[in-house]
Design a protein around this ligand. Sequence first.
Ligand SMILES: Nc1ncnc2c1ncn2[C@@H]1O[C@H](COP(=O)(O)OP(=O)(O)OP(=O)(O)O)[C@@H](O)[C@H]1O
Length: 406
Amino acid sequence: MSSRDSNSLVLTMDDHELVADHFAGVKVRWVASKIANPTQPGLYHPAQPERRFYRLTFHKRHRQLITDEYLPHVVRVGKEIRTRNRQRKLFTNSPKMWSHINFEHPATFETMGLDPAKKKDIIDDLVTFTESREFYSRIGKAWKRGYLLYGPPGTGKSTMIAAMANLLNYDVYDLELTAVKDNTELRKLLIETTSKSIIVIEDIDCSLDLTGQRKKNQKWLSDEERDGKQTEKEIAGGVGGGSSRVTLSGLLNFIDGLWSACGGERLIVFTTNYVEKLDPALIRRGRMDKHIELSYCSFEAFKVLARNYLKLDEEEGDDHPMFATVERLMKEMKITPADVAENLMPKSPLDDADTCLSRLILAMEEAKEAAEMEREVAAARKLVEEKEKKVVGMVNGSPENGVAPH
Ligand SMILES: Nc1ncnc2c1ncn2[C@@H]1O[C@H](COP(=O)(O)OP(=O)(O)OP(=O)(O)O)[C@@H](O)[C@H]1O
């Protein structure tokens, strides 16, 4: 039997069935029982459901152990199982409210092309976070952690968020800031998020005007605001374009104050392709606790992808004859994990590992040539520009720019 919105099996006990359990060397017995409701259904008394319960029996000398340790243990493990089995959700914000679909992204850290040491560091950090409820409460900090994922497009930022959610069994709230009307709406949406969730703001550099300056394109400002009746500070950092007026300060307030007060186990993840564009206030430690750079594919990361995509066995997976060429090329040019993945993907049922690796090598060689060509063109252009400057300098007679005519 499966629960309403989950694919996992749910086992139940039959009436009067007995199940034995052992805890700290003590044997206990659970029996499923029920009591029929004594009231007869009638016109004014609709039929009441029977009362179902579990009877626990154990030797009386273990009473303290059972009440102090065993029962809390059962409750805790039960909650863990429920969390593990529940169907997770992907929420997106349509105007004013969250709507959701089932979250079924298959990415895991195992399948991610990432250096093993970096992978371990991130997994350890996440697992430590989830196990630190008491630590956070002892030091008086809200049980939350901020991650900043940055790097070029196609390096796995979104994939990593899915892997995080799958590792921790969290829901994902994908917050599109440009669809949020103002700070009040932002606050409302964030209060509605539940515990054990990841709140994601992708491409944060595109979502907020993080320079703290007014954007030139201020279509969303009313005439009053444009006339300066609202202070510069109030609107600074508002979302450009669209009709959103979420501000940087609104977002910071939420991260520091309100959200912290919500309690519960939450991660917030920002992603960006341009970390240097972000306001330092937004990403300082304490707000974004862990900064993770996702970059071009390393040889170690390639090996993970190759093993997964090409179904290489253990031996081949580490030392295929074509790997040496890939390793050499990776030192000479940059390729994103997304491009590696795309080239390793079989394009026909006849494609075997060698075909896919040859395709990758060809793509890398072509990209390397194109990059070299681009470099040569750029160098030639620079040379021409410098020569032009010199000529202009000579014509103008400026000693700084060229040789002054006598
Ligand atoms: N490190 C990786 N490991 C495995 N697959 C990856 C990795 N990086 C990228 N991919 C593959 O490339 C595709 C695009 O990756 P993803 O969307 O995660 O990149 P991104 O960094 O979020 O890009 P963008 O900045 O454009 O949003 C994914 O569907 C995935 O299949």
